[in-house]
Design a protein around this ligand. Structure first.
Ligand code: GLN
Length: 223
């Protein structure tokens, strides 16, 4: 083992990307606002080729995309202003995507509290700031169910977090906190209400990179 840094030869120390002889996965991290640098650091540590995305052209050639936390209304507004809404909608319909906190909100079909621009790729309804405005930020163990039949615990960092109020028939619950749904997957799209990029547990990012490796051959999400 070589600690937390990337192995000298990707794929030789167990990262989910880049088997010997194949190229590293190219992951874009939407960098309009919010915690994008932390995602890039974590993905790079896992052996991916991760970089910032601010323009439609920067989506070209990406194998997957991360939409970070921040403020979903602001992120939506900046997407609109930057002409990114349509290119992003097309991208998330076709490729693996990982949204955290505001990123989960952006992926949702709807929010309970009104209209805002959303990418609407996941058949879920989210409640923004669901844990109460008083509880702006807290840490709590999350029950993770990434692998069928295997229950894990993940250290959840929540910052004015949403939760998922409704899931459609194609949506799998992958994380709960106090019984609330805080993580979902619909085919190759995953969203969590907390911030794995702010801790040092890389399991969710590794899981996402696993979806990226498998994702290119999957059919689009049903709407
Ligand atoms: N409360 C924010 C929103 O509604 C999300 C917070 C976060 O991403 N940490 O968009």
């Amino acid at each position: 083992m070589v600690g937390s840094g990337p192995p000298a030869v990707p794929g030789t120390d167990g990262p989910p990307t880049g088997h010997p002889g194949t190229r590293r996965s190219k992951i874009g991290v939407l960098a309009l606002q919010g915690a994008f640098r932390e995602h890039i650091r974590m993905l790079t540590g896992l052996g991916a080729d991760a970089g910032e995305v601010r323009t439609p052209g920067e989506l070209d050639g990406l194998d997957g995309l991360v939409i970070p936390g921040g403020e979903s209304t602001t992120i939506g507004l900046l997407m609109e202003k930057g002409g990114l809404l349509t290119p992003l909608r097309e991208f998330v319909e076709a490729r693996p995507v990982f949204g955290t906190c505001a990123g989960l909100i952006m992926l949702a079909r709807s929010t309970v509290d009104g209209e805002q621009p959303l990418l609407q790729v996941m058949d879920v309804t989210v409640r923004r700031n669901a844990f109460g405005r008083q509880t702006r930020s807290f840490e709590a163990p999350v029950d993770l169910a990434l692998i069928p039949g295997v229950q894990e615990t993940f250290p959840g960092i929540f910052i004015r977090a949403p939760w998922v109020e409704r899931t459609g028939p194609d949506v799998e619950v992958i994380a709960r906190c106090d019984g609330r749904i805080v993580g979902v997957r619909q085919d190759r799209v995953i969203g969590v209400a907390f911030h794995p990029e702010l801790g040092d547990d890389t399991r969710l990012h590794a899981y996402f990179l696993g979806l990226v490796t498998a994702g290119a051959v999957r059919p689009p999400v049903r709407r």
